[in-house]
Design a protein. Structure first.
Length: 763
C-alpha cells in the first residue's frame, strides 16, 4: 500500500497551530515520551481532559500508577509554578486511568477527540513473539477497540523514522512501500514461540543443559542444578527467538525486529483506521534528552544512544564499527512532543493519512564523527569518577565492522580462558583481585558485543529522512510560543551534547550507581556494624570458615591424639590411595563425599573418639581456628543475635567450640554397642539441605532472615547464604568469590591461629 497524500495535506493551510481541547487518550503514558506528552497537555492545553491506558501491577492499581506520575521530575517545574496543592488538584481533575494493556485493550470511551498511540516495546532486539505482540498486536488491539467504541478521534500514531529499513538515500514522508503482510507475520511470530518451546524440551537439548548446570552448580545441590538447568532452558528459548526475530527482519529488508514490527504496525494503523478516519503517523528518529522543556537535560532512564556514550566514557569501547561520515539522527524529546501535539491539533482529512519525520539528519545533520568528537572532548575534560584518568577515554580509529568483530571474538575467547584458569587457582586476595578485574573485563566485552550488534546499523546508516511536511508544520507554530516549536536548525549540536545531554546521562548514571549500593566487596576490611536485635540469627560454617580445616585434617588430628604421628602418617597414606575417588565424589556432591569419608570412623569406640577430641584434637583445632571469627561471634552475641555453628560433619568434632555459640547444629553417627558404624544418623547438612534447615529454623524461632547473617567459604554454601540479608564470604573458593563479587557481598579474610583453650571460657 502506498499513500503520498501526506505532502498535500501538510501544505493545505498556513493557519497557526491551535490548542487542543476535548478528551485525549494516551497510550504509553508512563513511558519517556508519554510522560512528556502528558506534562505538555497539562501545561499548554488547559481545555483537555486526559485518559491514560495503563496496566495495573501487583499491589498497585492503574489509578495508583497514574497518580504517582505527578511526583516524576518531568512535572517538577509545573508543580513549582502553580503550587504543589494546585498541581495535585488539576491533575486529579483532568487525568484519569483506563485499566488495560496492549495485550488486552478494554472498551474505550465513545467521546474521544484525539488518540496519541505511543506505547511500544523499548527494545531493539526482543524475542520475535514479544515484539509482534506488543507493537503489531497492540496497534491492532487499539484500533479494533476504537472502531467498536463508535468514536471518531484523530489518531496520532507514534512510530519511528527507521521503519524505512535497510536502504540508502532519502526516505519520503509517506506510506511505506512493501508487501509484508502484518497478519501473516504476526501469526508466524506467535507460532515461533510454541515451536522453540517444544524443541527446548527435547531430551538432547535438556541433557546438554543439565550437564552444564551440573558442572557449574553441582556442589550447591540437586535443586540448584535443576533451577540452573531450567534458567538455561528459558535463556536458550529467548536467544533463539531473538535470533529468529533478527533473521526474519533482515530477510524482509529491515535492520531488526523492532523496526520491522513498527513498520507493520503502521500498516495495521493504515488498514484498520486510516482508510476511513483521520490518521497522522509521526516518526521520530533517536529520541534523547530535552533541549529546553520541561528543563534542559530532562530524561527518564537511558535511551538509545546513551549506553554507547556511557560505555565510551568508562573506557569500555576501545573502538566501534561505526561509519564516521554517517549521520547519527537524534532529536530532543521536547521537539518530539511538540510535533506530536502540533500534529494532533491539525488533523488531516479522513482517509488521507499524513506522515511526519521528526528528525535532524536532513536539515541539521550530526555526523557520527562529530558526535564522537563531542563525547571525547566532554569525557576528557570531565572523566567519570571511577575512571582513573582522561587517558581511559579511548581514541577511535573507526577500523570497520570486520576488524572490530575479530577483536571482540578474540577478547571473548581470552576472558573465557582466564575465568577457567582462575577457577582452578587457590583462593587468595590476589586471585580475587584478578577475578574482580576479569569480571570487569567480561562486562566490558559483553557490553561491546551487545552495543556493537545493536547499534552498528544505526551508526552506519546512509538513510536521510525527508522532513518537508514537518518543516511546513513547524512554520505554523505561533511566534509567541517558541518553546512549543521543533525547528531542528536551531540546535547547536556541540552545545547540546556537551552542556545538556552528556552531563544529564552522566548524572543519571551516578544516581543508578548509588542506588545499586556500589561494590560492597572488601578484602579484610572493617565488617558491617551490627544492629542490636534479638530476632536475627548469625550462622557460621565450621570447616574453612571458623576453622581452617576440613574433615580429612580432622580425621588425622583424631588419630594423632589417639596414637601419635605414626598412626596419623599411616592414615594419610591410606587416604592418598583413595584420593581420586574422594575428589570425584566431592566434585559430584559434597554429601556423597562426606558419607564416603566418614565411613573411615567405622569400628572406632565412641568413647575413644570423645577422649581424643578432649585431648590433642582440641589443641590442633584451636591452632587452626580464626581469632577474627571468634571476635565476630562475640560481637553478634553482644548485639543480641542468636549465633549458630553449622557443620556437615559429626557434632563431636565441633564440641571444642560449642560454648562459644548459642547452638551447634551438626550430624550424628550411628553406634552399635558403643562403637561407631561409620553411617550417619541423617543426611549431612550441606548445600541446599542446609538452606532448607535454615528456612525452617528461622520460621520456628521467629527470626528475620532479611536481617540475619551468614558466613561461609565454599560455593556449596551459596544456597543457604543467599537466604539471608547479610551474607559474608570468608576466604571463599573461586566460584563463591565470583558469585560474591557479582552479588556485591562483602568478602573478608580472617586470620588463622592464635586461639587457646583459655579463649574458650571468655565467650
Amino acid at each position: 500500500m502506498t499513500n503520498s497524500a501526506g505532502a498535500a495535506t501538510g501544505a493545505e493551510t498556513s493557519e497557526p497551530v491551535g490548542r487542543l481541547s476535548g478528551h485525549v487518550l494516551v497510550t504509553g503514558g508512563t513511558g519517556f515520551v508519554g510522560q512528556a506528552v502528558l506534562e505538555r497537555l497539562l501545561v499548554s492545553h488547559p481545555d483537555t481532559r486526559i485518559s491514560l491506558l495503563v496496566r495495573g501491577k501487583t499491589g498497585q492499581s492503574a489509578e495508583d500508577r497514574v497518580r504517582k506520575l505527578l511526583s516524576k521530575p518531568v512535572f517538577k517545574p509545573w508543580r513549582e509554578s502553580v503550587g504543589r496543592d494546585e498541581a495535585a488538584r488539576v491533575f486529579a481533575e483532568r487525568v484519569s486511568a483506563i485499566e488495560g494493556s496492549l495485550d488486552e485493550v478494554p472498551a474505550l470511551p465513545g467521546d474521544l477527540d484525539v488518540v496519541i498511540h505511543s506505547a511500544s516495546t523499548v527494545s531493539f532486539d526482543p524475542p520475535i513473539d514479544e515484539a509482534f505482540a506488543t507493537n503489531v498486536g497492540g496497534a491492532s488491539g487499539i484500533y479494533g477497540a476504537l472502531r467498536a467504541s463508535g468514536a471518531d478521534p484523530h489518531v496520532v500514531h507514534v512510530s519511528t523514522c527507521y521503519v524505512g529499513g535497510v536502504r540508502k538515500g532519502v526516505l519520503p514522508e509517506a506510506s511505506l512501500d512493501h508487501d509484508a503482510d502484518w497478519r501473516v507475520e504476526s501469526t508466524a511470530a506467535a507460532a515461533a514461540r510454541q515451536r522453540v518451546e517444544l524443541r527446548s524440551r527435547e531430551p538432547g537439548v535438556l541433557r546438554g543443559l543439565m550437564l552444564r548446570a551440573r558442572a557449574e552448580h553441582g556442589k550447591e545441590g540437586p535443586r540448584a542444578v535443576a533451577q540452573a538447568a531450567e534458567a538455561a532452558r528459558i535463556d536458550w528459548v529467548k536467544r533463539r527467538l531473538v535470533t529468529a526475530g533478527r533473521a526474519r527482519a533482515q530477510s524482509l529488508g529491515w535492520t531488526d525486529v523492532y523496526t520491522l514490527t513498527k513498520a507493520l504496525a503502521e500498516r495495521a494503523a493504515e488498514e484498520l483506521w486510516g482508510t476511513e478516519h483521520r490518521l497522522s503517523v509521526v516518526r521520530p528518529s533517536v529520541i534523547e534528552s530535552a533541549l529546553e522543556h520541561p528543563f534542559p537535560g530532562w530524561i527518564d532512564g537511558f535511551k538509545v544512544a546513551d549506553p554507547l556514550i556511557i560505555a565510551f566514557g568508562r573506557g569500555q569501547l576501545p573502538d566501534f564499527p561505526g561509519v564516521p561520515d554517517s549521520v547519527l539522527d537524534i532529536i530532543p524529546v521536547d521537539f518530539v512532543v511538540n510535533a506530536i501535539l502540533a500534529a494532533a491539533a491539525t488533523p488531516p482529512e479522513p482517509a488521507s493519512p499524513r506522515y511526519l519525520h521528526i528528525a535532524s539528519g536532513a536539515s541539521n545533520p550530526l555526523p557520527f564523527h562529530e558526535m564522537y568528537r563531542n563525547v571525547h572532548e566532554y569525557f576528557t575534560a570531565n572523566p567519570i569518577p571511577d575512571t582513573p584518568g582522561a587517558e581511559r577515554v579511548p581514541t577511535w580509529q573507526f577500523p570497520g565492522d570486520r576488524r572490530v568483530e575479530r577483536a571482540i571474538r578474540r577478547a571473548e575467547t581470552l576472558v573465557g580462558a582466564a575465568n577457567t584458569a582462575l577457577d582452578r587457582l587457590p583462593s587468595s586476595p590476589r586471585t580475587r583481585e584478578w577475578q574482580r578485574t576479569m569480571g570487569r573485563r567480561e562486562r566490558d566485552v559483553g557490553n561491546l558485543r551487545q552495543l556493537s550488534d545493536l547499534y552498528r546499523a544505526y551508526v552506519g546508516t546512509e538513510l536521510i529522512f525527508d522532513d518537508r511536511n514537518t518543516r511546513a508544520l513547524q512554520g505554523r507554530i505561533p511566534s509567541d510560543r517558541p518553546t512549543e516549536g521543533f525547528d531542528v536548525t536551531r540546535i547547536d549540536w556541540r552545545d547540546f551534547m556537551q552542556r545538556v545531554h552528556v552531563p544529564a546521562i552522566t548524572q543519571l548514571m551516578r544516581v543508578f550507581s548509588r542506588g545499586r549500593g556500589g561494590d560492597r566487596s572488601t578484602s579484610g576490611g572493617a565488617p558491617k556494624p551490627l544492629e542490636q536485635r534479638t530476632d536475627v540469627v548469625a550462622v557460621f560454617d565450621l570447616e574453612g570458615t571458623v576453622v581452617e580445616s576440613n574433615i580429612v585434617q580432622q580425621r588425622l588430628w583424631v588419630l594423632r591424639a589417639q596414637g601419635g604421628e605414626a598412626a596419623a602418617a599411616a592414615e594419610a597414606g591410606s587416604i592418598l590411595t583413595r584420593l581420586p575417588a574422594y575428589l570425584a565424589a566431592e566434585r559430584r556432591d559434597r554429601g556423597e563425599f562426606l558419607r564416603s569419608f566418614l565411613r573411615r570412623y567405622a569400628g572406632m569406640p565412641a568413647a575413644k573418639l570423645r577422649a581424643a577430641v578432649r585431648g590433642g584434637y582440641t589443641d590442633a583445632l584451636l591452632a587452626h581456628t580464626s581469632g577474627d571469627a571468634l571476635r565476630r561471634v562475640r560481637e553478634h552475641r553482644a548485639a543480641g543475635h542468636r549465633t549458630v555453628l553449622v557443620t556437615g560433619s559429626i557434632g563431636v568434632l565441633a564440641e571444642p567450640l560449642a560454648e562459644l555459640f548459642d547452638e551447634v547444629v551438626a550430624g550424628t553417627m550411628h553406634e552399635e554397642d558403643g562403637t561407631l558404624t561409620g553411617f550417619l544418623g541423617a543426611p549431612p547438612l550441606v548445600d541446599e539441605a542446609r538452606g532448607a534447615w535454615l528456612a525452617q529454623y528461622a520460621e520456628r524461632g521467629g527470626y528475620d532472615l532479611a536481617g540475619s547473617y551468614a558466613y561461609g567459604d565454599s560455593v556449596a554454601d551459596l544456597p543457604w547464604m543467599s537466604l539471608v540479608g547479610n551474607p559474608t564470604a570468608v576466604s571463599p573458593d573461586a566460584r563463591l568469590a565470583r558469585a560474591a563479587l557479582k552479588r556485591r557481598w562483602p568478602i573478608v579474610d580472617w586470620h588463622r591461629g592464635g586461639v587457646s583453650r583459655s579463649d574458650l571460657s571468655t565467650s
